[in-house]
Design a protein. Structure first.
Length: 200
């Protein structure tokens, strides 16, 4: 029993930080200026810039690859990512993933957002946020897909990404699921969800 619990814990750590070297990633994320925007501990000081603290390494790796390929558009990030090799990407992702998981203040209890987050809206074909992003939005790894940590993410950033999914400015989620969801959400629901999720 003890052995199986230890193995399960080890597997969770591997899923969280991946195969990279967090120690090397700390140095690289500093020298390559990632920390200037995303914070030394992965918590940004700008509402427009995402936190990376405790984010799944696999998710960060995918985003960096998408910036490199152009599948995800962002002028600054395309420049920052273009010269990173696979070891750099894995190490930087592992460093941010190894930090204490981002969290909000837990003060927002908007009933509209809470209902969408926990139950979705089956009548409109909107799945519950927790079905992919898990309890409190802390993400999960399932069926070889990494569902990112969104609970505690920056509010303005969350809103901007939901809008980007809605208008098709961003389109790199598995099977385009976030674009489908975004198009079904009203502007008021997007605002409510961004406020609610950022506080988890």
């Amino acid at each position: 029993m003890i052995a199986s619990t230890s193995e399960a814990r080890a597997e969770m750590v591997t899923q969280q930080i991946g195969a990279g070297n967090p120690t090397a990633g700390k140095e690289k994320s500093d020298s390559m200026r990632c920390q200037e925007c995303h914070g030394a501990d992965g918590n940004s000081n700008d509402e427009r810039i995402p936190n990376h603290a405790g984010q799944y390494a696999g998710y960060l790796i995918k985003q960096l690859h998408d910036f490199q390929s152009g599948e995800r558009k962002h002028e600054t990030m395309a420049i920052m990512a273009e010269d990173l090799n696979e070891a750099d990407i894995s190490d930087i992702a592992a460093y941010f993933a190894s930090q204490k998981v981002m969290h909000g203040e837990g003060r927002n209890d908007n009933p509209v957002a809470k209902k969408l987050f926990i139950n979705g809206d089956p009548s409109r074909g909107i799945p519950a946020c927790i079905s992919c992003h898990a309890g409190n939005g802390k993400g999960k790894y399932a069926d070889n897909i990494v569902y990112p940590v969104i609970g505690g993410q920056r509010r303005v950033y969350l809103r901007s990404q939901l809008v980007n999914w809605q208008i098709g400015e961003r389109a790199n989620s598995p099977d385009g699921v976030m674009n489908k969801i975004g198009k079904l959400l009203s502007d008021d629901e997007i605002d409510a969800l961004a406020n609610y999720i950022s506080d988890l």
